[in-house]
Design a protein. Sequence first.
Length: 468
Amino acid sequence: MIMSRIEAPRDQDTGTLVDRLLAGLPAEAVLTDPDITVSYANDMASFCPSGTPAVVVLPRTVEQVQHVMRVATELRLPVVPQGARTGLSGAANASEGCIVLSLVKMDRILEISPVDRIAVVEPGVINATLSRTVNEHGLYYPPDPSSWEMCTIGGNIGTASGGLCCVKYGVTAEYVLGLDVVLADGRLMSTGRRTAKGVAGYDLTRLFVGSEGSLGIVVKAILALKPQPPQQLVLAAEFGSAAAACDAVCRIIADGHVPSLLELMDRTTVKAVNDLAHMGLPETTEALLLAAFDTLDPAADLAAVGALCEAAGATQVVPAEDAAESELLLQARRLSLTALEAVKGTTMIDDVCVPRSRLGEMLEGVERIAEKYQLTIGVCAHAGDGNTHPTVCFDAQDADESRRARESFDEIMALGLELGGTITGEHGVGVLKKEWLAREIGPVGVEMQRAVKASFDPLGILNPGKLF
């Protein structure tokens, strides 16, 4: 009902739209060349439809964002907020005739406070840039998605992204203390706080985290920081089965260890990384488990975890001797998705999170699904969180293989829900998982979420067609 109120601009209206935008924006911030605007139509997800933007706007100030939203409200035009478009759910895909609002030019780090342990940033700041900058102050911003060299803080907030270190430090939502948000009608609202504590009123800050730009446009974020930890050391453990590796994960957590990283790569992923980067990973393994500690005595922690891995059936346990060896192992994990994409040229990256106790069942189920559909499906996982990334590799030019890829993807999500999990741990819903969100939260849940959406965006102009 909300979405039906949106009217895409007709060709004769495009001039009016551009004229109104230029009344509050410099000419270089308004892109209308179709050869350029088409490049803003998609994020990195497969099987997600997109439309053609009427215009792409790249504001540099809050006032410019407010102007865009006022124009969109007056003309009843859809607005699709975008960051670096590294997302994997279609959440940043353009709607037909929309205004694409790209926030990548709002890329300033406004403040870093070692005393308050906060950073104040604009949404276009690159995750890795923020991380390295706060490191210079002896501070640490933990969320580190695999795309951290490209993805923006605004995009991380929009999709509630995670990363490799979540098992110890948590996800993006746990670091967002406050936000400045431009609402659908152009008003500016501040949420949250700068203080270490604060419980005044509803927690609107957390409501915006993961909302995929459907409630408002984040133009500033207050982020919590931590003291920079010691350099971590990494251990690699080989296993003869994925089930044994998952058993080791359960033993590590149940024994009270708090690794800074606990990652898993199955044999398909290990082979893909070796084929891409020639890293010499052990291709005889059925599963490779990476564990890391950033404690005062990481070697002792790795020794204890290594013993647990051996008790679970590890065929070889190799602790890194220094930071350089550790970084080499982490680089292999970070290359996993890129390497799997190279197997067939196209991937569908699932993002199913299950209870840690069901992790082994999840991996065994994915293997059965791969056999059923005769597809290559590699699994890398934030194993310490139970957050798996089954990645379906296929040839997009082969219609039958594409069909099987989509069907296998859906079966993997169904399996996750059967195991008591969730359809997404960190990639978001976007276009790709709309149907599955409804299955997970049920009709009452959908009704209430639509009501929240309507209260913030009564005309339905903010990122229409996403989530539900």
